[in-house]
Design a binder for this molecule. Structure first.
Ligand code: NAP
Length: 302
């Protein structure tokens, strides 16, 4: 766990003036052995929730749960496997007596996007299975617990890649776009039963996902992720109007709001946490282009 997350785990009150906004709530977070999921677990715990974290890496998950303290549990769960997802939700009920919040966060990037004529169909389907399939299973098994209780908040981790082509490979973009319609479809059904369903679309956030895609060992990728920040600031300068790298804590804070009763009239929505990418290019890019065009025109012969 990073320093900032460690500090947050001991400091309630992220939603100002409302300390412990998740007091007495029970949350499950899929794919919480690293990155955004682990940061969200730390923030939820700081705000009073009990949290079950999922993921495939048993050693990493168990060590993280021990570090997070007595209100945290880990259950090994591959979100492509229905029995694993069911067992993950059951841990929340067995250990903490219910389920109030699900963060469908587990995700993978794509190792090496190939040109379409060479694209691998099995890899395409596997990306859909993790993102759209895993989130479908999460919603299904969370709903089995939440519907009889008549309440709950489900948060699906989408991406800027689900809104805009060209930010990621075709399978990831397709899967994340599917997450938006999965969110809306679940929201209009489960809203009738008191359950809210929303999604979050982060822009690029330095986590281990990028180095994992490049073939770096997962644990090393997670440990070294923060070092990518300066690269992200530089690479995103012409896309993102806020001049810093997004952080896992930014996404965790959005998840906290959607999990909490502060968003109790919000459902079927997607919340961008992208420094302004989806809004459009920083105006400085257009100003530079206009200047270059004006210079080009002025140098044209009559
Ligand atoms: N970082 C970004 O720029 C960014 C931007 C937009 C959206 N997102 C989304 O945010 C989510 C979290 O990503 P991250 O950036 O925090 O990356 P990360 O640190 O690599 O986290 C991904 C998590 O998903 C888990 N996971 C992967 N495949 C799984 C599977 N089949 N079953 C269960 N768990 C699985 C991983 O744990 P194990 O290895 O232990 O299974 C890990 O805990 C993903 O959905 C990602 O698509 C990230």
């Amino acid at each position: 766990m990073g320093e900032q997350m460690r500090a947050q785990a001991g400091q309630p009150g992220v939603l100002k003036g409302q300390p412990g906004v998740l007091r007495n709530k029970v949350a499950v977070i899929t794919g919480a052995t690293s990155g955004i999921g682990a940061a969200t677990a730390a923030v939820f715990l700081a705000e009073g929730a009990s949290v079950v974290i999922g993921g495939r890496r048993k050693d990493v998950g168990e060590a993280l749960a021990a570090e997070l303290g007595p209100r945290a549990r880990f259950t090994a769960a591959d979100v492509r496997v229905e029995a694993d997802v069911e067992a993950l939700m059951a841990t929340a009920v067995d250990e903490f007596g219910g389920l109030d919040v699900l963060v469908n966060n587990a995700g993978v990037g794509v190792a090496k996007p190939l040109p379409l004529p060479e694209a691998d169909y099995a890899a395409f389907l596997d990306t859909l299975a993790v993102h759209a399939g895993g989130m479908f299973l999460g919603i299904k098994h969370a709903a089995r617990i939440m519907v009889p209780r008549g309440s709950g908040s489900i948060i699906n981790m989408s991406s800027i890649g689900g809104h805009r082509a060209g930010w990621s490979d075709i399978s990831y973009s397709t899967a994340k776009a599917g997450v938006h319609q999965l969110t809306r479809s679940a929201a209009v059904e489960l809203g009738l039963r008191g359950i809210r369903v929303n999604s979050i679309s982060p822009g690029p956030i330095p986590t281990g996902i990028f180095a994992k895609n490049a073939g770096v060992d997962a644990d090393r990728a997670d440990r070294t992720a923060a070092a990518l920040e300066p690269l992200f600031v530089e690479a995103l300068a012409s896309h993102q109007s806020l001049r810093r790298a997004g952080r896992v804590e930014d996404v965790a804070a959005a998840a906290l709001w959607l999990a909490s009763d502060a968003s109790s009239f919000v459902t079927g929505q997607d919340l961008g946490v992208d420094g302004g990418i989806a809004a459009g290019r920083p105006i400085s890019v257009a100003v530079t282009e206009r200047r270059l065009l004006a210079e080009a025109f002025s140098s044209l012969p009559d």
